[in-house]
Design a binder for this molecule. Sequence first.
Ligand code: 5GP
Length: 213
Amino acid sequence: MSVSGHASRVIFRLYYFYRGVRDLQLLEERILRDGKVRDGGVLKVDSFLNHQMDVRLFAEMAKEFHRLFGSENVSKILTIEASGIGIACICAQVFECPVIFAKKTKTKNIAGDVYTSKVESFTHGVTYDIIVSKEFIGPGDRVLIIDDFLANGAALTGLSQIVKDSGATLVGAGVAIEKAFQPGGKLLRSSGIRVESLAKIKSMEGGSVVFCQ
Ligand code: 5GP
């Protein structure tokens, strides 16, 4: 390889490394500024992620997910209603593929056949069925799961079960905020799923958020 070819690869990598670091910092800074720690290990991010949505921040997050998973030939992005949908849509724009959201249901009477899985909600303390129409994921697909939070891992486990049942390939999961003091991340990674989170919280004791290094 020529010296100039090597140099440009180094510059390219440094640029992407810098970009990744910057995007991580954006979200961390926003959590520190606008996040509110609630009882029971819940972080409220309603002003930019879960209720009011900062789409420009989402665009930066989507770029970072694309930096991480862009070489995986993702054909579908899968998320779960409701709070994953916003980020997943912006990601789908960057990945140039459709986005599917798993519906939470009590009835299962969606038209045609569906894949279903059970999810125990961390924030609401109830178990519900999630469904995805068989029309939208199949064996030829390469699926990236996107969600806002990773806590105990129930949502991502339910979604990955659906991908498995469909015969599609799960390329990994991209999460905006991982609460590393809860077991979900460890659980999913130890089952062989590639999980990438943009902000990883080590603790929220005393109401202050501390990030993993
Ligand atoms: P898990 O299934 O990993 O226990 O929890 C993930 C889901 O619960 C996410 O889809 C998210 O909607 C919700 N969630 C978990 N922890 C938090 C939190 O601290 N704050 C908010 N706003 N949602 C959370």
